[in-house]
Design a protein around this ligand. Sequence first.
Ligand code: PLP
Length: 360
Amino acid sequence: MNRIFNFSAGPAVLPVPVLEEAQRNLVELPGVGMSVLEISHRSKTFEDMLARTEADVRTLGKVPANYKVLFLQGGASMQFSMVPLNLLTPGATADYIVTGAWAQKAVKEAQRVGTVNIAATTESDNFSRLPKPEEIELTPGAAYVHLTTNNTLFGTEWPSEPAVGDAPLVADTSSDMFSRPIDVSKYGLLYAGAQKNLGPSGVTLVIIREDLLARSQKSLHTMLNYAVHAENGSMYNTPPCFGIYLMGLVMKWGLAQGGLDAINAVNQRKADKLYAEIDRSGFYRGTADKAGRSRMNITFRLPSEDLEKVFVKESTAAGLDGLKGHRSVGGMRASIYNAFPEAGLDALVAFMQEFEKNNG
Ligand SMILES: *Cc1c(COP(=O)(O)O)cnc(C)c1O
């Protein structure tokens, strides 16, 4: 195999055993004689596949029984609209904690629907940190409070949920879902585009507390209505069959790793390795505040933009792909999701030490 180390922010690296199983069974599912790409979504084979994927999501995430698990399309970006369309009841206010560009996009869609309160924002610090508890100004009786658990572009991640009172907490977990144990019962709704930690692009995981489904008005467009998707078990129309199949394989892989505690331990070790190198010398400089550093997207800069260009070029040539940071931060970003191999961190750290020796 000639697989390189893929630091892409998303779509991102998938577990090799998942790719291998999908490849083995792509032309012909065992005992079915057809590809998963060809079978009816109403077939017993696919229904079983969907049920197994949901069951494994529930097991891996310890999802309580009073939550629905939905597999939708339109990416996390569609959830920016669906969340307010379904949950922002007339006359109420939705609170948004803005810690990055994805949260800003979520706000933009919510503002089309109703009243939005920016409960906190760290934009004036270029989103290099999370708000402190005393900076968060919540609306009494808010319809919900929305946050982004991990800020893919800026490299910050909530170590744990902030206190938000009684309002349902709604979270965009696209870039750190199932990277650590998650207490679903603390949330009203969780959503994640699959293409970072859960599978390929094209399927979005939504976990919603059942009582919130009562807020979805019949007047909503059918495909934008959580209650319709829940009543139909994500099968109101043709679901993203291949994405669900692949997410199922990723869930199976996650369970085989030992579940979220085990995945968390590996992720911590991987992130610690890279942060230790970033903090070791003055040559590399982390861009995110240490109290809220991401373990999924690690952002750092070099002494000059010229050196950063050389770093990107030479690291790519060395088989370390996708390290160029987002333009809003500059520098480097190493995205090291669940499936990113630990050996890739060793390779990156060795490259960084060599690069500093040659250029420092
Ligand atoms: C990638 C990402 C998105 C966008 O996801 P799409 O599926 O492309 O719409 C939204 N939020 C976060 C936190 C992301 O990392």
